[in-house]
Design a protein around this ligand. Structure first.
Ligand SMILES: C[S@@+](CC[C@H](N)C(=O)[O-])C[C@H]1O[C@@H](n2cnc3c(N)ncnc32)[C@H](O)[C@@H]1O
Length: 261
């Protein structure tokens, strides 16, 4: 990939979400939210069910998910596009003494760099960092290409449709998440949608205990929109989880998709 292409890719990522002062705190925030989510158990269950050993965490963040997997004996590669997160992941991996190789690619340049993976993780509501549908499509197509046949993409998204359906409450500042995932969100970790349109969603995250807040911009996938991109990429067998329970709940906070190639 030439430098101009790389520049274009970086430019098309919403810069608001990168290299902000609170980025590392944001990962700590996410970690706290995830603690009671059931993620770790379900990921391990799915990987065992499909016999996955060679795992690529496509957006490793501070490395916490990858570290837990490596400790369980999985062969893990961690990829991270953001230098700040990458540095944090490196430090945490060294501190924990686990073996994880790190790479630094944009999802849209994965093709040719990763092959025959048993599983790819794209968790933490990450795919919606890409605001443009061509960019999302390219990323998901690349996840498909990098998996072996029978390999699994484990990807999640917030329930944006629920927020779109409650646009008025968001505008009035009355919005409440209703699913189980966000138990923690109702206490000191507050996740508050501030503004939503068909094209973008602005969310404020605040930790009242440690007294910090930050805002991120996401693409709000409509009902079945991400599922459509996954099917278009070629994934046929797709299991849907709502807040890590295997069923569809229109009021969940998050959806997880286990997509088999
Ligand atoms: C909310 S964080 C989630 C991190 C981690 N997966 C977790 O669950 O804690 C979103 C992640 O997506 C990554 N990301 C966003 N756009 C990306 C892209 N185009 N290519 C690779 N990673 C990207 C960010 O750098 C960040 O690590």
């Amino acid at each position: 990939m030439n430098d101009l292409m790389k520049f274009k890719i970086k430019e098309s990522i919403n810069p608001e979400n990168y290299n902000q002062e609170s980025a590392v705190k944001m990962l700590r925030f996410l970690g706290n939210l995830k603690k009671n989510s059931g993620q770790e158990k379900v990921v391990d269950f799915v990987f065992k069910k499909y016999g996955c050993v060679k795992i690529l965490d496509s957006c490793v963040g501070d490395g916490s998910d990858a570290i837990e997997l490596a400790k369980k004996g999985y062969e893990v590669t961690g990829n991270e596009i953001d230098k700040l997160f990458l540095g944090e992941a490196k430090r945490n991996i060294e501190r924990e003494g686990v073996n994880i190789s790190l790479t630094e690619y944009d999802w849209r340049e994965f093709e040719g760099h990763f092959q025959n993976y048993d599983a790819i993780l794209c968790l933490g509501n990450s795919i919606c960092y890409l605001l443009d549908s061509n960019a999302q499509k390219k990323a998901i197509d690349n996840f498909y290409i990098c998996l072996k046949k029978g390999g699994v993409l484990f990807i999640d998204e917030r329930n944006f449709q629920y927020m779109l359906d409650h646009q008025e409450d968001i505008n009035k500042g009355n919005f409440q998440f209703s699913g189980k995932y966000g138990k923690a969100e109702k206490k000191e970790y507050l996740v508050k949608p501030l503004d939503i349109s068909d094209k973008s969603l602005l969310i404020e995250f605040s930790d009242s205990k440690e007294k910090y807040s930050f805002r991120l911009v996401f693409y709000p996938f409509k009902r079945n929109e991400l599922l459509g991109l996954l099917r278009e990429a070629g994934f046929r067998n797709i299991e849907i989880y709502s807040d890590y329970e295997q069923s569809y709940n229109s009021e969940a906070d998050f959806y997880q998709y286990v997509c088999v190639k």
